[in-house]
Design a protein around this ligand. Structure first.
Ligand SMILES: [Cu+2]
Length: 179
């Protein structure tokens, strides 16, 4: 047998098992690391109380633009409704909750009074063309590939800091935030 392992001597059963153990251990560790990495990139989800905030994203803005949109989903796993009441971010002077709709054939956008209700066991989507956040008075232009943080405050669940992933200028559709 030593013929196959020149200079190494004959491996004992114990040493073979140990080395398999080490290899399996390393493989599991690598798998755990890659899984953790993949999960944080793919899921990009935040939790506060019974609420899950899924994939907050924004769009890169052209130089000089004063506003940017913010989109995500909110899932309420609780048995009571909650309400998104305020938004703040270092990226802009202020942030508002807006609703976009068509009125008399014209696309309009208006602030939502009283916040946004998330029904018990329900899911609400903020997306281009509908409800969205608007970051008003941008202090800098969010760039594609970066993230900026914002704080969402809910009536019951309280405040949570989330990261908005900035996508390309062409990302999404409908809502050009050109006001
Ligand atoms: Cu808006």
């Amino acid at each position: 047998m030593s013929y196959f392992f020149p200079g190494a001597g004959r491996p004992t059963l114990g040493s073979i098992l140990r080395s398999i153990e080490e290899r399996v251990g390393i493989a599991l560790l690598a798998l755990a690391l890659s899984f953790t990495g993949a999960q944080s990139v793919l899921a990009h989800e935040f939790k506060v109380g019974d609420l899950e905030i899924g994939h907050p994203w924004s769009r890169a803005t052209p130089a000089g633009a004063k506003v940017a949109g913010g989109y995500f989903t909110i899932t309420n796993n609780g048995s009571a409704p909650d309400r998104l009441v305020s938004i703040s971010s270092d990226v802009s002077e202020k942030a508002e909750l807006h609703e976009m709709g068509v009125k008399d054939g014209v696309m309009t956008m208006r602030p939502v009074a009283g916040g946004l209700e998330i029904p018990a066991g329900g899911k609400v989507a903020l997306a281009p063309g509908g409800y969205h956040l608007m970051f008003i008075g941008l202090k800098r232009q969010p760039k594609q590939g970066e993230k900026f943080s914002a704080t969402l405050t809910f009536e019951k669940a309280g405040a949570v800091s989330v990261d908005f992933a900035v996508e390309g200028m062409g990302g999404g559709a409908m809502d050009d935030h050109a006001n």
